[in-house]
Design a protein around this ligand. Structure first.
Ligand SMILES: *[C@@H]1O[C@H](CO)[C@@H](O)[C@H](O)[C@H]1NC(C)=O
Ligand SMILES: *[C@@H]1O[C@H](CO)[C@@H](O)[C@H](O)[C@H]1NC(C)=O
Ligand SMILES: *[C@@H]1O[C@H](CO)[C@@H](O)[C@H](O)[C@H]1NC(C)=O
Ligand SMILES: *[C@@H]1O[C@H](CO)[C@@H](O)[C@H](O)[C@H]1NC(C)=O
Ligand SMILES: *[C@@H]1O[C@H](CO)[C@@H](O)[C@H](O)[C@H]1NC(C)=O
Length: 443
């Protein structure tokens, strides 16, 4: 959820940089951004970004308070709106690489020293390649068009032209490839807030994304459109409002219910998260109706565990967001936002859709997958922690859940892997909360 944080992207740096044979092989990180020289290896756990002005990679030490928490919760949509006047802002301050952020999104959340599987490393490398290709095709385009806004208008026109009669001579494959390429470029551009707003002003949501998300039968196009929607709305209150008004929320929840394709479900969870985050009105409208049920459907359906990990993380983020806003109610300068969050009856929505029982069953029947996937295990543990108060009565009386958690904890505790041990410690604390004799007495 922190990806929106402008340029900065935290990743396991050693896989990002191809090690070379230079004399200074190791990057010396400080608290300041420094360029990573060609061939330098950088230690794990740094903040890495691509400076889009110089096109150079930069890194610095990771500072959790400074980089992560400043932007969590508490600022609601109305409050943020004032800051996003796209008519004047032209600095590419919030431009982040889509492919980088996507790569990270399909991975465990940005964190230090996580162990990536070989496939995940491959994916990161692939995405980095895409990124450099994108940048290249981009600079070619850039030569022709002066501003991002012109570029967006051009892409939208090109897309609309594809649907016109005189283009019927195009082969369907060519047409599809062109549409995908246009969406890819837009995805890159709209990460910047003023670009996203321009895209919306030019009718991009209604004319391009809505028909694709609602009616498109080609799954690649549909997925790409959902991704662009996620990028448009990511930390962009005005865009969130507009997308909400166009009823994208309910279209996304329908996809969550009907799809079984990992990529589509992942993209949809990302877009739904972008749409809902820090937007209490949308949270209320969408989660009190079909949204909660749709998220829990994902937890229960036949699909990959990592998709379910994303679904529970979205639920968990919402609970945490509400708690954060309310816990700071007294010194909040925005009592309206606090009041809106207080109205979100998340407990009721989760309980009435059998969230606690679904999670119990899910974890209890996925022992082997969870033993194999510490990153997913971590997401679930965080999800359990955040919703512990809501589900305690169910979970604390579930012998199979207790058994599964204990088994994972014991296995991880005895591994040689730091990250697994860390997850084991989290599970230990959770077990303490759920199953200690003290808490049994309280029941
Ligand atoms: C390597 O480091 C030394 C000092 O530590 C510095 O003088 C030199 O310029 C560096 N070389 C490169 C290629 O960065
Ligand atoms: C769209 O088609 C019109 C002609 O119908 C043409 O003049 C225009 O250049 C095309 N725009 C793009 C972006 O391809
Ligand atoms: C989807 O298709 C239906 C039936 O063709 C049409 O009525 C509807 O307007 C389309 N929706 C969008 C958003 O394009
Ligand atoms: C809540 O308030 C405390 C004390 O004023 C502050 O330290 C903390 O950062 C605030 N939390 C958020 C999320 O703003
Ligand atoms: C939330 O729902 C529960 C159960 O229906 C109810 O008892 C409680 O008063 C509701 N809370 C709020 C804040 O609406």
């Amino acid at each position: 959820m922190h990806l929106a944080k402008a340029l900065t992207i935290l990743l396991l740096a050693k896989c990002a940089i191809i090690a070379g044979k230079d004399e200074n092989k190791t990057f010396e990180a400080t608290n300041e951004w420094q360029e990573i020289k060609e061939g330098q290896e950088i230690p794990a756990g740094l903040h890495v970004r691509i400076n889009l002005q110089t096109k150079k990679k930069e890194a610095k030490l990771y500072e959790p308070e400074k980089d992560d928490h400043k932007h969590s919760a508490l600022s609601n949509v109305v409050e943020n709106e004032a800051k996003t006047n796209h008519k004047e802002a032209a600095k590419p301050a919030s431009k982040i690489s889509k492919t980088l952020s996507e790569a990270l999104k399909s991975l465990p959340k940005e964190r230090l020293s996580i162990d990536y599987s070989p496939e995940q490393l491959e994916q990161i490398k692939r995405d980095f390649k895409t990124y450099s290709e994108l940048k290249k095709s981009f600079s070619e385009l850039k030569d022709k068009f002066k501003t991002d806004a012109e570029l967006i208008t051009q892409l939208l026109n090109e897309y609309k032209n594809l649907s016109k009669e005189h283009e019927l001579s195009l082969k369907p494959q060519t047409k599809l490839a062109t549409k995908l390429r246009i969406l890819e470029d837009l995805d890159y551009l709209v990460h910047q807030i003023d670009n996203a707003l321009w895209f919306i002003d030019e009718g991009g949501l209604e004319q391009i994304l809505l028909p694709l998300v609602v009616n498109e039968t080609n799954i690649d196009l549909r997925i790409k459109a959902v991704r662009v929607l996620g990028a448009v709305t990511l930390n962009n209150p005005k865009a969130q409002i507009k997308a909400f008004e166009l009823n994208f929320g309910s279209h996304l929840t329908q996809i969550l219910v009907s799809s079984t394709v990992t990529e589509e479900l992942s993209a949809t969870l990302y877009a739904l998260g972008s749409l809902l985050r820090k937007f209490p009105l949308a949270l209320q409208k969408i989660l009190s109706t079909s949204g909660t049920q749709a998220l829990i459907t994902v937890l229960a359906k036949e699909c990959e565990l990592k998709v379910k990990a994303k679904a529970i993380t979205l639920i968990s983020d919402i609970i945490v967001e509400k708690n954060l806003v309310l816990s700071n109610y007294s010194d909040s300068d925005n009592p309206l936002a606090a009041a809106q969050y207080a109205d979100l009856n998340i407990s009721e929505w989760l309980q009435s859709n059998a969230f606690c029982e679904t999670v119990d069953r899910l974890i209890s029947t996925n022992l082997y997958e969870l033993l194999d996937q510490p990153d997913s295990a971590e997401y679930f543990v965080i999800g359990l922690e955040s919703s512990e108060k809501i589900c305690k009565s169910v979970w604390s009386t579930s012998p199979q859940l207790r058994h599964t958690l204990l088994t994972i904890k014991n296995r991880y505790m005895h591994s040689q892997n730091e990250f697994r041990i860390e997850v084991a410690q989290m599970i230990e604390r959770l077990i303490e909360v759920l199953y200690s004799s003290k808490s049994h007495e309280e029941l």
